[in-house]
Structures are given as C-alpha cells and as structure tokens.
Ligand binder design. Sequence first.
Ligand code: SF4
Ligand code: SF4
Length: 180
Amino acid sequence: MNASISPAQRWQQIVASIQQELCCVPEDELQWIKQNLVNIHALQSELHQLFIAGDGLNQCQECQGDCCDLGNNHMTLVNVLSGLLFNNLPAANFAQSCPFMGAHGCTLAVQTRPFNCVTFICERIEARLSAEQCQEFYALEKQLRAQYQAFDQRYIGSSLRGLLIRSQSMPGSKFLAGCD
Ligand code: SF4
Ligand code: SF4
C-alpha cells in the first residue's frame, strides 16, 4: 500500500480492501470470524458496563476526551470487521484528533471500539470503582486481549498496533491472508 498518500486516503483503501476480501472468505471461515466477534462484543459490553459504573460517561464528558487525542492509530482489523459485519462503520474524519471522535463523543458502537479504547480507564474513573470491580475490569481485559490475539495469529492484517501502521509492513498481502 502506497505510504505517501494521506492517512484518510489510506484508510479508505484499507476499508475497501477488507470489504472486498470479505466477499471471498469461505463460509466456515466467515463463521469463525463472526463467532469470535460475538465473543469480543460481549466482553467489550461488559467492560463498558464497568466504565459506566465508574461514572465514565460523566467524567469523560467533563474532560472532553483527553485520552482520545492519542486514538489516531487504534483501529484494528477486528474493529473494521465488527463494523462491516455487525455494526455500522462510521465515516472517519482525519481532521479530528481521532478520526472517530464526533460532536457527542465516539461515533463507534461500544462493541466496535478499539481494544486500546475499551480497556483504558484513567485514574479518575478507576478511583470510582470498588476493588472487586477493578479486578473484574482487568480480568476482562485479559480475556479480550486473548480474543484479539486469536485474530493476530490467524490473519496477517491483524495487530493491536492498528491498521494504519500494520498496512505499511505487509506490502502486497491481503489483510485476511493466513499467517502460516
Ligand atoms: S478516560 Fe479519563 S482521560 Fe480519557 S476521556 Fe475519560 S476522563 Fe478523560
Ligand atoms: S475510537 Fe472512539 S474511544 Fe477510541 S480514541 Fe477514537 S473517539 Fe476515543
């Protein structure tokens, strides 16, 4: 993939390529993807419930998404597959600090948000969780990481470093090509 084009153009190319590749995925492979995405969605929803329990919605609104300024490269193959197969994939706006930051916060469904986003809580949110809730949060993070790693081990385009970075080190390869 041409590294000299803008991130917005590269992003469009990446999404279009993955969409095209999905059309040729054998049925049993598609079922593997969908089942594992369902597992990821469930874990991300549970993490989000704990984020809410820590007053995350109010805290993040007050802080106006400070940590989202670092979100440029977070979207992974898993998240694009989730958007394409289950939830919508909103348009990316690379004029924003994170291309998925909207006027009212993140435009991605909770289940489709990047690993780095759903597993990060800052001190002000963590301080509002009980010790048990914190323990549960980090246990869920561990399970979720293992689910993302299952995709990393299966597909060349999958990496927690994010698609914009990953796509630069896999010239000529398909995102859903096997890792064998
Ligand atoms: S997690 Fe913390 S730093 Fe990030 S937006 Fe919310 S309150 Fe701000
Ligand atoms: S994807 Fe959403 S939660 Fe993650 S950095 Fe961007 S706006 Fe924030």
